[in-house]
Design a protein around this ligand. Structure first.
Ligand SMILES: NC(=O)C1=CN([C@@H]2O[C@H](COP(=O)(O)OP(=O)(O)OC[C@H]3O[C@@H](n4cnc5c(N)ncnc54)[C@H](OP(=O)(O)O)[C@@H]3O)[C@@H](O)[C@H]2O)C=CC1
Ligand SMILES: Nc1nc(=O)c2c([nH]1)NC[C@@H]1CN(c3ccc(C(=O)N[C@@H](CCC(=O)O)C(=O)O)cc3)C=[N+]21
Ligand SMILES: [Mg+2]
Length: 298
């Protein structure tokens, strides 16, 4: 049984990116810049946003965090985005989700220039991804990070049955679409499950590769997993744990210990998919910078 070490792979990728950022700086005397907007004070979101800024600095990129009060109007938020769209020092714009209920996430997604949409959420990027024009888009960071894990662990995917549980626009849908592309680490037969799926465990049990993104702690139990399956756990759930100083512990959507007895490879939470999401965000930001500066390759 292989424990897929996302923390290690993300660290490898960050080292590669650091070298590329330095090479860019040599060529054009500038570095990539990422701006993250956070609205309100959700503690989990603040942790992620801080991690993103820290990782940028580690690899020599510029990063800016814009903290806005939860009372901000949608109009005010959109005008901040407009300003970033035309700022030549900003190559990536990320608006942390979730947003307060009075702000329309779709309107925010549409406001971000597709060329700076390093989350890969804009319909132009989603559309190019579905069409298979992967050099013309930004891939959504979490699915992209999962492809990178499959590829760096040499996991055979071609012709395999991949079952994706969850159909959100930010994880499940792009994940399922990528797994049916004709690429390395894809080329699967894909099934997508969601909350209206009947007899879900019959489907998950057929998975050679099972990718779970639903946000329900320990939902996938051992009996739902075929012996030998590769299990990718996207879930990030905080559950109460009095023995921890913080009072909580992070668990995935997969009941890790029992399922790992069936799996041939599995991602842990934390230390699996999460760190890869950040690494791929940095990679997308570098790619945006290279396109803006007409840098072909390094
Ligand atoms: N590691 C990382 O980098 C990231 C982790 N996450 C984590 O991944 C998880 C999913 O995130 P996200 O996709 O944004 O979540 P959403 O809440 O947006 O979507 C959840 C999806 O799961 C489906 N679902 C929920 N409950 C069930 C169930 N009991 N059976 C079957 N399907 C179900 C929903 O179905 P329906 O569509 O019918 O409602 C929906 O499609 C969360 O824990 C989140 O914190 C998210 C992003 C990045
Ligand atoms: N516009 C937008 N883009 C996102 O990509 C986005 C978002 N909004 N909203 C929230 C989700 C969630 N997400 C994570 C990123 C990193 C970790 C991460 O680094 N996890 C570590 C540590 C987690 C911890 O210790 O709390 C790990 O799993 O090991 C987790 C989750 C990005 N998201
Ligand atoms: Mg969501």
């Amino acid at each position: 049984m292989t424990i897929i070490d996302g923390k290690k792979i993300s660290s490898d990728i960050k080292h590669e990116l650091k070298t590329s950022v330095a090479a860019c700086k040599q060529q054009v005397n500038a570095v990539p810049g990422l701006t993250v907007i956070i609205v309100g004070e959700d503690p989990a979101s603040q942790v992620y946003v801080r991690n993103k800024a820290k990782s940028c600095k580690e690899i020599g990129m510029n990063s800016e965090v814009i903290e806005l009060p939860k009372e901000i109007t949608q109009e005010q938020l959109l005008s901040r985005i407009e300003a970033l769209n035309i700022d030549p020092e900003v190559h990536g714009i990320l608006v942390q989700q979730p947003l307060p209920p009075h702000i329309d996430e779709y309107a925010v997604t549409m406001a971000i220039s597709p060329s700076k949409d390093v989350d890969g959420f804009h319909p132009e990027n989603v559309g190019q991804m579905v069409l298979g024009n992967l050099n013309k888009c930004f891939l959504s960071c979490t699915p992209y990070g999962i492809l990178e894990l499959l590829s760096r662990y040499n996991i055979e995917t071609r012709g395999k049955h991949c079952v994706v549980v969850g159909r959100s626009n930010i994880v499940g849908k792009p994940m399922a679409n990528l797994m049916l592309q004709k690429l390395e680490a894809t080329n699967c037969t894909v099934t997508i499950c969601h909350s209206a799926t009947k007899n879900m465990s019959e489907l998950t049990r057929q998975a050679d590769i099972l990718i779970v993104a639903i946000g329900r702690a320990n939902f996938i139990t051992k009996d739902m997993v075929k012996p030998g399956a590769v299990v990718i756990d996207v879930g990030m759930n905080r559950i109460e744990d009095a023995s921890r100083k913080s009072g909580y512990r992070l668990v995935g959507d997969v009941d890790y210990n029992p399922v790992s007895e069936n799996a041939s490879a599995i991602t842990p939470v934390p230390g699996g998919v999460g760190p890869m999401t950040i690494a791929m965000l940095l990679k997308n930001t570098l790619q945006s910078f290279m396109r803006a500066n007409s840098i072909e390759a390094l």
